[in-house]
Design a protein around this ligand. Structure first.
Ligand SMILES: Nc1ncnc2c1ncn2[C@@H]1O[C@H](COP(=O)(O)OP(=O)(O)O)[C@@H](O)[C@H]1O
Ligand SMILES: [Mg+2]
Length: 321
């Protein structure tokens, strides 16, 4: 099981790992737009959809769902403009999938889409886990949860491994208190806050079965599939290109071999494992170059990862293909 990404050990006040604030102006509440094209032009939402398509490898079903949700929101906008619809639709979502499948990355884009279409005022994303919401002692949970909600207002609250909020084995667990506050806010302030619950699919299913109140407030369930080896390899190439690195002769094939072995080992975390493997390869490349004190290092030396930078991985020592 993957460790949660966002908990900050030892911190008292909830500190979200990152907040992204968009600078695009939100649409006015009752706009004049009467066509899809007008809403798209006003909101610039297609730019985000195109970015999603371009920047993220694979994820075809997720991308399609996001396009569908965007279409629904655009049409809702037109209905509001004609007075056919007064109420904000419920937009709370669940993102299920294994670690490193792109849930947080897509949540950031979703926050941007919701903002551009005027469904949230600010469009920032506040990512938390149980520890940010639930206190250790009686009376600590409500203020903690409310503080996080306050920070997230006008944006998206992303609760990673949300099922840890519910611990049926402990009847006085404070998580229940956080769930109740969340439920109220999800219902009463849904015009200003969208909640995304994320985590492993099977655990989330069990969690929703035990918490039907929460489940009934989730409008969209998105499932993130594991990446194929081909997709992981494409992701690797993109990550390298972004940082001005590339695989040298033979390294592409070695990395594929690496992936085929790594994928079968414990704690494999999809694109996150790719990122970590590349980080380690960069370290090895640096040590290799560092040893050559007098050699002049050109662009090619400094940007190329060689097979030897990958082959030193434990993954090649531990297992047979
Ligand atoms: N489809 C993809 N294409 C390119 N990079 C990806 C893709 N999915 C995930 N990543 C990268 O992998 C890392 C882990 O993704 P993340 O969104 O944190 O996964 P999760 O939240 O599901 O654990 C991030 O650095 C992200 O940019
Ligand atoms: Mg994540």
């Amino acid at each position: 099981m993957g460790a949660p990404d966002y908990s900050i050990p030892g911190s008292v006040a909830p500190r979200p790992a990152f907040e992204a604030v968009s600078d695009a102006a939100p649409l006015s509440v009752a706009g004049a737009a009467r066509t899809v094209a007008a809403v798209l032009a006003e909101s610039q939402v297609e730019a985000v959809l195109d970015e999603l398509e371009r920047d993220l490898v694979g994820l075809a079903p997720v991308k399609q769902r996001i396009r569908d949700i965007a279409a629904l929101l655009v049409i809702d906008k037109l209905r509001m403009n004609l007075g056919l619809q007064a109420e904000t639709p419920s937009l709370h979502m669940s993102f299920t999938g294994n670690p490193g499948t792109g849930k947080t990355t897509v949540a950031l884009r979703m926050a941007e889409i919701l903002h551009r279409l005027g469904y949230v005022r600010k469009g920032h994303l506040v990512a938390v886990t149980r520890d940010d919401l639930v206190g250790q002692y009686i009376g600590h949970t409500a203020p903690k949860t409310r503080e996080v909600l306050k920070k997230a207002m006008g944006g998206v609250l992303f609760i990673d491994e949300a099922y840890y909020l519910y611990r049926p084995e402990n009847e006085r667990d404070y998580g229940q208190e956080a769930i109740e506050i969340l439920l109220q806010v999800m219902e009463n302030q849904r015009d200003d806050l969208v909640v995304i619950l994320a985590g492993y699919k099977d655990r989330m299913d069990t969690f929703f079965k035990s918490n039907p109140g929460l489940s009934s407030r989730i409008a969209h369930h998105l499932d993130f599939p594991d990446y194929t080896v081909d997709e992981l390899q494409q992701i690797a190439r993109r990550m390298l290109a972004q940082r001005h690195y590339h695989f040298g002769a033979g390294a592409d094939a070695v990395f594929r071999d690496y992936l085929e072995r790594r994928i079968r080992q414990p704690h494999f975390a999809n694109a996150r494992s790719v990122r970590n493997a590349l980080d380690r390869a960069r370290l090895r490349q640096a040590s290799r170059l560092f040893a050559e004190r007098e050699r002049e290092l050109g662009q090619d030396d400094l940007t190329t990862l060689l097979p030897v930078d990958l082959l030193a991985s434990r993954v090649f020592a531990d297992t047979q293909p």
